[in-house]
Write a protein that binds this ligand. Structure first.
Ligand code: AVI
Length: 341
């Protein structure tokens, strides 16, 4: 199962020659931005790298495994909420609606919505990986022959411009599951929601978000017993070795994930277990013993906090669906027809 791979930059198995060309283009651009971002990030006093670089093919496979772990509750909890409330969500969407999904990884989730919807009209998955989009599109076209599937290759964390007009008959509904919003910094999350208010004008956004909870539950979710999250974290170094010719010694970096309660986020780091130097494209970067490379923030939300952010971004809160333990939620956010910004 591909869960929420909104950050994915490269995937394999191109369906045809056109897709193969897209892979090359994607690959060249991804290589240069990875190199640039890694070099800039390693030169900072707190070394850091964007979590979007987790998701090469190996990283995506490891993330799929994370989603099945006992400790990692978000995926199964969100699926449970969708299974229980898809009909109610579909009623809010109305007949002939269109779904715009930010990231194309959660086919399983969108199918739950499509199955409940009354004559879904169009599905527009947006992702920066053209080949994976084509795989998704092909699979959905087979399963839903009357659905107009129009993949859109773009980095939705930047400006979103949709070629398609919103449907004349039904509503345009954005779908952003998996709490990937939590991997954005607060300013980025705000800008993303503001873009949604613009792109989805007259429609709505269905947003999945992981809720603040006991630090022990959070700690376990990012420190699983099998070490899959640790492998996922270290894969960013392995990827730099594979793609950029870097020489990170993986065994000299320890996985570190902890809940920073002051800012309501899990932080993931890779901690150098000794003093060492790493070469990346001819430049050397030194790590002191105990120094970390900050690889990910995963913000946790309260329903109120998220709704307030959404209001500031021009969205109007509607129903909230959650699980009995209130671990995760799906928020309905209307995008008013006359959005000023
Ligand atoms: C994709 N994202 C919402 C996951 C999260 O929980 O922040 C990524 C992840 N990192 C470690 N485990 C899962």
């Amino acid at each position: 199962m591909k869960d929420n791979l909104a950050f994915a930059a490269h995937r394999a198995d191109p369906l045809d020659d056109i897709a193969a060309n897209e892979v090359d283009t994607d690959g060249a651009a991804a290589h240069s931005s990875f190199l640039n971002d890694l070099q800039v990030g390693l030169a900072r006093s707190q070394k850091s790298i964007s979590p979007k670089y987790f998701y090469d093919e190996q990283g995506s496979t490891l993330f799929d495994r994370i989603c099945t772990l006992t400790e990692y509750y978000p995926t199964r909890t969100e699926l449970g909420i969708l299974q229980t409330h898809a009909h109610d969500m579909a009623v809010h969407m109305g007949p002939h609606a269109e779904i715009v999904e930010f990231g194309a990884g959660s086919l399983h989730k969108v199918r739950l919505l499509l199955d409940a919807m009354e004559q879904p009209r169009r599905y527009i998955p947006i992702d920066i990986s053209g080949d994976y989009l084509n795989v998704c599109a092909q699979s959905l076209r087979q399963a839903y022959p009357s659905l107009d599937v129009q993949p859109h290759i773009a980095d939705f964390t930047k400006e979103i411009v949709l070629a398609q007009q919103a449907p004349a008959l039904g509503r345009r509904v954005g779908f952003f599951p998996g709490s990937t919003l939590g991997n954005f910094e607060p300013g980025e999350a705000f800008r993303f929601l503001r873009q949604c208010a613009r792109v989805l004008t007259g429609g709505a956004l269905l947003l999945g978000a992981d809720l603040v909870k006991s630090p022990a539950v959070l700690h376990a979710a990012y420190n699983d017993r099998l070490g899959v999250t640790a492998d996922f974290n270290r894969n960013i170094l392995a990827r730099a070795n594979r793609e950029l010719g870097a020489n990170f010694q993986l065994h000299q970096f320890a996985h570190s994930a902890f809940y920073n309660a002051a800012v309501q986020r899990i932080e993931m780091h890779l901690m150098s277990t000794c003093r060492q130097a790493v070469q990346v494209a001819g430049n050397a970067y030194t790590f002191a013993e105990g120094e970390t490379l900050h690889t990910e923030n995963s913000y946790k939300f309260t329903v109120d906090g998220l709704q307030q952010l959404a209001v500031q971004a021009g969205l109007t809160p509607g129903p909230v669906w959650t699980d009995p333990a209130r671990q995760f939620c799906l928020l309905w956010l209307d995008a008013p027809a006359h959005h000023a910004g």
